[in-house]
Write a protein that binds this ligand. Structure first.
Ligand code: BGO
Length: 278
């Protein structure tokens, strides 16, 4: 029987626990992530001759090194390489929830987007162009109502489909474009990181460069190469002089810009909703 590992990532209150329960039923066990007191829930489901093992990642808004939950979620994805990452999004709070999806996009993971709370979003007058949404993230997007187990079979089918695509062909990664000035600094750093960073293969050179520009403590700690750290510092101070803001803020702003573009492109406000807000 084929075994598939699917990690579930999402913001707190997006319905992650409800979805995990709907997917795994009673087949669950709870432990801790190694070395930390963050709860690790695992469960499994047999579906269409596959054993799908689900890992419930800690609820996070982002994947920075600022909180232990975010580091645990990020480390799990990078170190354990799950076959599929399911990003559960509260569809009734769509734009805010998409920030995490941009971080997963940048990690170039095999992604599925689950728009949960589809019932609440519908009542609020939102509908979604799931094809278009998926195309921004190189991912299938699926509507679910986890509390009523709606959309679960479609999600299971997508997990199997995605795991097959990954083993057969890896599509070229989609990227967020950070504007000429930041991209120039990323390019410069990337050449160096590609050649000299011990973890360039594991994390991906572009992702490491972004994290160095964002002054990510964990990644700085892993980058004990003076030449790389000096080059990153130079890029940071160049961008700070140019914009009067830290690259961390500039990069976050660009991600929010990307999120707004996705929102404009993939969310439809129904007539009923327009009447309500006018
Ligand atoms: C309570 N639709 C709707 N309408 N609600 C949902 C859906 C959905 O698709 N999915 C989940 N919920 P968690 P995290 C609750 O607990 O899974 C609800 O943090 C209540 N509790 O039932 O816990 C879900 O793991 C009393 O709601 O989220 C839960 O991500 C009154 O969303 C809440 C009303 O889900 C959060 C709701 C005592």
């Amino acid at each position: 029987m084929k075994k598939i590992t699917a990690a579930i990532a999402g913001n707190p209150n997006s319905g992650k626990t409800t979805l995990f329960n709907a997917l795994t039923g009673a087949r669950q066990h709870v432990g801790n992530y190694p070395g930390v007191t963050v709860e690790k829930k695992e469960g499994s489901r047999i579906y269409k001759d596959c054993q799908i093992n689900f890992i419930d990642l800690p609820g996070t808004y982002s994947l920075t090194a600022h909180s232990i939950e975010e580091v645990v979620a990020r480390d799990y994805i990078i170190n354990e390489n799950p076959d599929v990452v399911v990003n559960i999004i509260d569809a009734s709070n769509f734009e805010r929830n998409l920030y995490l999806a941009t971080q997963l996009l940048e990690l170039n993971v095999p992604l599925i987007l689950v728009l949960n709370m589809a019932d609440v979003a519908k009542k609020q007058g939102y509908s979604f162009d799931t094809e278009k949404l998926g195309s921004f993230f190189n991912a299938r997007a699926i509507l679910t109502v986890a509390s009523k187990s709606e959309g679960i079979n479609e999600l299971l089918d997508s997990i199997i489909e995605k795991s097959q695509i990954q083993t057969e062909q890896t599509p070229s990664p989609l990227q967020i474009h950070y504007g000429e000035d930041i991209e120039r600094e990323i390019d410069k750093l990337e050449k160096l990181v590609d050649k000299k960073h011990p973890f360039a293969k594991k994390y991906g050179a572009r992702w490491l460069c972004l994290k160095l520009l964002e002054k990510d403590e964990q990644i700085i700690g892993l980058s004990q190469n003076r030449e790389i750290l000096n080059a990153a510092e130079q890029s940071i101070s160049h961008l700070e002089k140019l914009y009067g803001d830290s690259p961390e803020i500039l990069i976050a702003e660009k991600r929010y810009g990307f999120v707004s573009g996705v929102y404009e492109g993939a969310v439809v406000h129904t007539v009923q909703h327009r009447h309500q807000i006018s």
